[in-house]
Design a protein around this ligand. Sequence first.
Ligand SMILES: [Zn+2]
Length: 257
Amino acid sequence: MSGAASARRLLMPARETEAIILKTFPLGEADRLVSFFGRSSGRVRGVASGARRLKNRYGSTLEILSHVQIWYVEKETRDLVRIQQAELLESFHKAQSNYDLSTGLAVISEIAELVLPEHEVSEPMFRLILLATREVERTGDWALPLSYFAFWTVRLGGWLPRFDRCVACDTPFGTKPAFYDAHQSGLFCEKCRRAGMKPLQHEARTLAERFAGERLDRIEYHKSMEACARELREASLAWIENHLERRLTTRELLETT
Ligand SMILES: [Zn+2]
């Protein structure tokens, strides 16, 4: 390295942010490629050197959806930052180490990775991911947190259709079912529905209203809510896929757990 280059490098200050780990991939024999969502940095990709070694300084901080404080240095010439250190702020160990619960976390992480633009800060999405993950950990169940997360992702993204009337003919649904599919973003009435569309019953639309007005950790989950939570989750995931123009690979895992 030339004298000028090393001097420039010294001038690059280390950055620090509260962050959520979205994904990690093995990189070479010893390192990990880490995608994290920083509260003050947005979504960033970096390299954690030595993170694959048996004894490494990252411990369990790089687990999926871990809530951490992270220190990193930006490089001038590459998109990847160099991660220097991470400290666990909050552990979601129970959810991360349980197969069923970790599938719920995998869906949250895949969606966050795909919908969040790089380097774009989003305080509402940061809080949403944290809230949903916390509730999976606390309640030991992903059914309600994942419905809430998917619904709010669609809402924050601005892709939520009207829930009260048909997008094609403007007829109010009242208490009748509405219909949707992954090929368009609207809700349709019984007359305008097309082949293959799935129903979103009145109860599921009422749950959406609760989601819009209440925090997830204040909503008590009853077994009786299972069907409408699933319907709302399925519809929200369809709208997310419609927006992304691709299938979510983790979605299939939900159906097998
Ligand atoms: Zn209609």
